[in-house]
Design a protein around this ligand. Structure first.
Ligand code: SF4
Ligand code: SF4
Length: 448
């Protein structure tokens, strides 16, 4: 994030930090921060506070910081900026807070203020790039080819990423190695089973992480949907809009949401209404929050409510009664399995028990629960690239918790967690591997 002057950005002359978009409509952001009673009950649930013990890096500290900025009492300080920049937006604090203070939303709104609500050229380019799937796909293929040609290796050796003040990019390009040249919807477009010739029971929404990186997870999800629920189709959707939302451009996020809602409307008119299934919990949580993007427009708000009511994370969609008779654990002889609850599944959507209801009866004693299964892994979207040191330390705690139950397989449901924990396991506990829930079901539990 670029350097900025907090006093300048939060000057009393600018109408700033006024509203917070929530699922119940727009709220005065000052009312939201004022609900924080400073009791500190949430502190130990916060990964950055647990790690550093710093009040400015705690939910209470962050709420007080935004409150002071609004009141004009805040002096310019890097510590204040650090408090906002280092929030993982994991939502763990809100879950433990009696008053349900939406600290992550408050922090995000303050960050948008810092970046000029996506109006600077840098943020405009960034949010446009990541929100348009076709442009994004070319950019990723280009990155992949650069890596294959050895140019990114050369840049790394010459320290170019550091010269450009983008050390996180170095991490990002390393992870681009697993990018396939053929993306998920390209792989699925010729599949005759997905033409939707009659009534459909599901619509698959291809999240960017699955589309561009973990295509095998998407293929597994689609196979399970076909096998268990019958006919369905691929939505050929845009990006969900989350990256634009996080980069500060609510307009770009709204554009992506409108396109996806229109696609859904067209599909439901051509076929019938059906659940929209995702296999990335971050994107599923964001699609469920679409109504908050349109809280100022009644018609769009109602459309978004209808759309989001159809959205289902694959981890909640599959019900034990529908699948248990198809599962056994023969292929897992001698193996131990544990579950990492992604923040956007557990804190963002309240999903935790659903996948255990499917897995426990089959895995029995092979399922070994790790401590703090819903503690953030430090991935948090681009957080791992922008806050490298904190992210690494949070990851170490996650891997310590994982290794304490000696698993062979770790199950997760968000792209960011898959990337982050894959990296952590390789470095600190290489005898275990991470798998997406769908892929795990397909590879290990589904009977032939
Ligand atoms: S966010 Fe909630 S739990 Fe945390 S200090 Fe404020 S009121 Fe207490
Ligand atoms: S959202 Fe997560 S990182 Fe941010 S204050 Fe809350 S618990 Fe801490």
């Amino acid at each position: 994030m670029a350097k900025y002057d907090i006093n300048e950005l939060f000057s009393n002359d600018i109408p700033h930090l006024k509203f917070l978009s929530t699922a119940d409509g727009e709220k005065e952001i000052y009312d939201a921060v004022s609900r924080c009673l400073r009791c500190g009950y949430c502190e130990t649930s916060c990964p950055t506070y647990s790690l550093t013990g710093k009040e400015t890096l705690s939910p209470r500290g962050r709420n007080q910081l935004v409150r002071k900025l609004i009141e004009g009492k805040m002096k310019p300080s890097d510590a204040a900026a650090e408090g906002l920049k280092t929030c993982l937006l994991c939502g763990a604090c809100t879950q433990t807070c009696y008053g349900k203070v939406p600290t992550a939303d408050i922090v995000l709104e303050a960050r948008r203020e810092m970046s000029g609500h996506g109006k600077s050229l840098y943020y405009k380019i960034a949010s446009m790039l990541v929100s348009r799937k076709n442009i994004y796909s070319y950019a990723i293929k280009f990155l992949y080819l650069l890596k294959k040609s050895g140019l990114t290796y050369l840049s790394e050796k010459l320290g170019l990423f550091y010269l450009l003040n983008m050390p996180g990019l170095e991490e990002a390009q390393k992870k681009a190695l697993r990018t396939p040249l053929k993306f998920l919807t390209e792989k699925l477009e010729k599949d005759e089973r997905l033409k939707g010739n009659g009534k459909i029971s599901w619509i698959y929404f291809s999240a960017c992480g699955t589309e561009f990186i973990y295509t095998e997870n998407g293929l597994a999800t689609v196979e399970i949907l076909l096998m268990v629920y019958g006919d369905g189709i691929i939505m050929k959707n845009e990006c969900c809009g989350l990256p634009a939302y996080n980069y500060g451009s609510l307009d770009e996020a709204r554009k992506a949401a409108r396109k996806n809602m229109e696609l859904y409307r067209n599909i439901s008119m051509k076929f019938n209404e059906a659940p929209i299934i995702l296999d990335c919990s971050s994107c599923a949580a964001f699609l469920k929050s679409y109504p908050s993007l349109f809280s100022g427009n009644e018609e769009e708000f109602e459309n978004a409510k209808n759309f989001s009511s159809k959205v289902k994370d694959i981890t909640e969609f599959i019900k034990p009664a529908e699948i248990l008779h198809r599962l056994d654990s023969q292929k897992l002889e001698g193996k131990r399995v544990t579950i990492h609850d992604s923040c956007r599944a557990s804190h963002g959507q309240g999903i935790k028990q659903e996948l255990r209801d499917v897995l426990k009866p089959v895995l029995k004693e092979k399922l070994c629960e790790m401590p703090e299964s819903d503690h953030c892994c430090g991935g948090a979207g681009a957080f791992a690239f922008t806050n490298i040191e904190i992210s690494k330390k949070i990851l170490e705690r996650k891997i310590k918790n994982i290794s304490s139950v000696r698993p062979d397989i770790v199950i997760a449901s968000s792209t960011s967690c898959l990337m982050q924990i894959e990296k952590g396991l390789k470095e600190m506990y290489p005898s275990a591997k991470i798998m997406h829930y769908s892929l795990f079901l397909k590879e290990f539990l589904l009977k032939n």
